[in-house]
Design a protein around this ligand. Structure first.
Ligand code: DC
Length: 437
């Protein structure tokens, strides 16, 4: 498993990443040290960093980077020279931002970084770990802290190593240096310092290292529990649906990659599981708050990433939640009829139109067929056998609605989805014959 930790200079990334790795018994990878080592090698070998060809040639043929570990400490080697100390010197620090801003340097280093982490359990620390190098990392952390706190930490760190310099070391100068590096790292064109959309943000200004690590471990445990529960429910659901209900999925190619709102009809308690099985990506649901009080069902829907809605259309919390889910490239399923029906598509509630209009997101219509016969409303338990299918209609892009006056947009969106669902319904009821709408 890869855990990424990104953040600006002096935020405590290294200390936190080291302790976290130690507690989890993971390896630890400081990519900043790698950029520093490359910078040192360029300086030593008088490589002109603006000369792309010389840089690439040097990195390809004359740069050998090794990390060795002794008594829990890391030592960095460039072409067999121990550079652990020198890469932290001002001589290197002054140049490293310039070197790391070169696209051709990053292009060479990123694959090396991925290779280092290959199949390992690793805490990877840097600026672009969660955004560029490991975009699929299981856990992403983004650390920040007030600049004054970061400068104070750097000051303390330096004085611990060089107590003789306490009288001459200028705190203000440290603060300015950090500011300058922040500016360079976050404004560069390639891989600027950014929080990945799905990263957890932790402000470390008022936290101890232990406090930050505890917070991260808590987040990891929570995420692992959710992931495990989701996978478990998905496997069990697939088995039940395929074995007892001849479950079939049509139009899977319409499930586009990335963020989308899946609007599905709602006919039975099987629907969330059926959609979870039909969609490869992990999906999220909006579910009525009252369902979170039903024993067993509440555990099932929680495992399936359900988020409660109170039923009020303008529920600000729901809007925020939906936007956050979509922002991280995930899909959210909404049952726009609001409640289970008797099988026929009924009028859609305006809430879904409102959410689509606000998020400007693509909609994927989904129609679940047959589940109402297997587990109709009012029945406590489903029939043991039957036939359930799920059909995905063509994605409806938001651009379709953009030209429509804002005030008229919501009824238009609702009508469009309702129409699409009814087409899918007709196709299913006519026996899935001919081309799928
Ligand atoms: O974390 P550090 O101060 O040792 O990083 C040294 C420099 O390398 C810093 O200017 C930012 C840059 N860096 C980067 O651009 N991308 C990374 N993944 C890690 C560090």
């Amino acid at each position: 498993m890869i855990i990424t930790i990104d953040g600006p200079a002096g935020v405590g990334k290294s200390t936190v990443a080291k302790l976290l790795a130690q507690k989890l018994k993971y390896s630890y990878f400081d990519t900043g040290a790698m950029y520093r080592a490359v910078t040192y090698a360029f300086l030593k070998n008088e490589i002109d960093i603006d000369d792309e060809i010389s840089v690439i040639n040097f990195l390809e043929n004359s740069f050998n980077y090794e990390i060795k570990e002794e008594n829990g400490l890391k030592f960095y080697f460039v072409n067999n020279e121990d550079v652990t100390e020198i890469i932290r010197s001002n001589y290197v620090t002054d140049q490293v931002s310039l070197v790391s801003a070169k696209p051709f340097v990053r292009k060479m280093l990123v694959p090396m970084q991925r290779k280092f982490a290959n199949d390992k359990d690793m805490v990877c620390e840097g600026r672009d770990m969660g955004t560029v190098v490991f975009p699929n990392a299981e856990i992403k952390i983004y650390l920040t802290a007030k600049i004054s706190v970061r400068a104070q930490r750097r000051f303390k760190e330096y004085i611990e190593k060089h107590p003789q310099d306490i009288a001459t070391l200028d705190k203000n100068q440290i603060l300015q240096d950090i500011q300058r590096r922040d500016e360079k790292d976050s404004t560069r064109k390639i891989s600027p310092l950014r929080k990945a959309k799905d990263a957890h943000h932790i402000d470390t200004s008022n936290l101890s290292v232990d406090g930050v690590v505890k917070k991260i471990i808590k987040k990891i445990k929570k995420q692992q529990k959710i992931k495990f529960a989701y996978r478990f429910v998905k496997v069990v659901s697939r088995f039940i649906l395929k074995t007892f209900y001849k479950y079939k999925v049509y139009g899977k190619e319409n499930v586009i990659k990335g963020a989308a709102i899946v609007t599905s009809n709602h006919v039975s308690f099987f629907d969330p599981s059926a959609l979870t099985v039909a969609i490869d990506d992990e999906i999220h649901f909006l579910a009525k708050e009252s369902l979170f009080k039903v024993p067993i069902l509440k555990n099932l829907i929680r495992a399936l990433n359900a988020h409660p809605i109170s039923g009020k259309e303008s529920n600000i919390q729901t809007i925020k939640e939906v936007k956050n889910i979509l922002k991280t490239g995930k899909k959210i399923v909404i049952f726009p009829e609001g409640t289970r029906t008797d099988g026929k598509i009924t009028k859609l509630l305006p809430g879904v139109g409102f959410l689509i209009s606000l998020s400007k997101c693509t909609t994927i219509p989904a129609y679940i067929h047959g589940a109402h016969k297997v587990w109709p409303r009012g029945k406590k338990f489903p029939k043991l056998f039957g036939q359930i299918s799920c059909i995905f209609g063509k994605p409806i892009r938001f651009e379709e609605f953009e030209k429509i006056d804002r005030n008229k947009r919501i009824p238009f969106i609702l009508a469009r989805i309702e129409n699409e669902l009814k087409n899918l319904e007709k196709w299913a009821e006519d026996g899935f014959k001919g081309e799928q709408p």
